[in-house]
Design a protein around this ligand. Structure first.
Ligand code: FE2
Length: 180
């Protein structure tokens, strides 16, 4: 059994278009359609919105054999650190405020993209990123398939050496160092 998820509320059965999901893993496009659809139904998630500078607030909206869906709430102090999603593809929809996505560039300046409310994006298991709240009271919906189980959390030390640590999906991702 996975560790209990911090700040997690009970999954909402039948949320959004979740009642019509195929009984197989979803691809990136399907995940993006799912988070876009859920964005139009705030009655399914707005009751879970809460913010904390110390600990990023999140709630599980749905989880089955093929997909899991999360609501995440951000302040500018909330920072995931560099991570991947192991074997999962994912999609993110910003439903309030803005998120900043960073992608690591070895030997160069990291890619930095600000995603305002209304923007969604998707990615495959090859994707490495770091998400930070880019505005007060930001909210996003995330879907992963297959459901998150393990994640890779990266550290970059002062010499630029990058290391990967496998962590449980239920461990809150936060920077493990102050590396660039
Ligand atoms: Fe992520």
């Amino acid at each position: 059994m996975p560790p209990e998820v911090l700040s997690c509320t009970a999954p909402t059965p039948g949320a959004g278009h979740l009642e019509n999901l195929p009984e197989r893993p979803l691809d990136k496009r399907e995940l993006q359609e799912l988070v876009d659809a859920l964005a139009t139904r705030p009655e399914l998630w707005r009751q879970h919105v809460a913010f904390s500078d110390e600990q990023r607030h999140y709630a599980s909206l749905y989880r089955d054999e093929y997909v899991d869906v999360w609501l995440l709430c951000w302040t500018p102090q909330n920072d995931t650190g560099w991570h991947d999603h192991d074997v999962s593809s994912g999609a993110v929809r910003v439903v309030a405020g803005a998120l900043e996505e960073n992608n690591p560039r070895i030997g160069g300046v990291h890619v930095q993209t600000v995603m305002p409310e209304g923007v969604s994006f998707s990615f495959g298991p090859d994707h490495i990123h770091r998400l930070v709240g880019a505005a007060d009271a930001s909210v996003s919906i995330h879907a992963y398939s297959p459901p998150l189980w393990r994640l890779g959390q990266y550290t970059i030390d002062d010499d630029g050496l990058m290391r990967r640590m496998s962590v449980s999906y239920a461990d809150e991702l936060r920077p493990l160092d102050t590396g660039a």
